[in-house]
Design a protein around this ligand. Structure first.
Ligand code: ZN
Length: 234
């Protein structure tokens, strides 16, 4: 069940999406067959798929036709202006951010869990888009995938310190501590010059929606089960 983003409607030049539980797990190392099947239904040759081999860090890589079909190691963000490439990343509670500049025809995807978020994945993805492709932040459309939200993203009281710059997004309920990660995401996007009207959030919590999505925190599976997100110029 892929969320639809109204700000992306009306642009025929690119495709984007986010898989659901019914599509099966899309883990980049464990589910090769299922991924092939999924890309086939999208009508995309797997030789055109670029995969971020996530490390919950803040590294962003610009890719071109040469990277088609490969896994880009040690990276959580991908950006490109090459047509026909599908940029992909996976998540099972973390957020995926979709970036599209309809003027310059540039796309990006970023995987943002709490570690990457605090390490600067949002800032680095925007820098990758502006520095490599001359994108102006105010032209960028940014959409936020389903992910674990303030209703369910609990942290240990000891970890509160890590979020001290973002205390307005640290929520205390019945002696437990939760963090509103999309709230932090939004602040970071605004700080980098993204226009508020160009930020669209799916507002879906993966943990709340058991029928539709895998959630690592909720399911605690032996082998991690994940959604895949993709964006590409066509
Ligand atoms: Zn929830």
């Amino acid at each position: 069940m892929s969320p639809t983003f109204s700000q992306f409607a009306g642009y025929p030049d690119f495709i984007y999406g986010f898989s659901g539980r019914s599509d099966g797990s899309m883990h980049r190392h464990l589910e090769k067959e299922n991924r092939e099947k999924y890309f086939k239904t999208l009508g995309v040759d797997s030789g055109r798929v670029v995969t971020a081999d996530l490390i919950h860090g803040a590294n962003v890589v610009g890719v071109s036709g040469q990277e088609g079909g490969i896994m880009v190691t040690k990276t959580d963000g991908l950006v490109t202006d090459t047509r026909g490439l599908l940029l992909t990343a996976t998540a099972a509670d973390c957020f995926l951010l979709y970036f599209y500049d309809p003027l310059k025809n540039v796309v990006g995807i970023a995987h943002a869990g709490w570690r990457g978020l605090l390490a600067g994945i949002v800032e680095n993805t925007i820098a990758g888009l502006t520095q490599s492709f001359g994108v102006a932040p105010q032209d960028l459309l940014v959409s936020i995938s389903p992910g674990i939200r303030g209703c369910h993203f609990e942290i240990s009281p000891a970890d509160k310190e890590k979020f001290k710059e973002y205390s307005q997004f640290v929520l205390e309920r019945s002696g437990k501590v939760f963090v509103d990660l999309p709230g932090i995401l939004r602040i970071k996007l605004l700080d980098k010059g993204i226009s508020a009207k160009h930020i669209e959030d799916s507002e879906i919590c993966t943990h709340c929606h058991e029928k539709e999505y895998f959630s690592y925190r909720r399911d605690k599976p032996k082998d991690v089960q994940v959604q895949i997100g993709y964006i590409g110029l066509i």
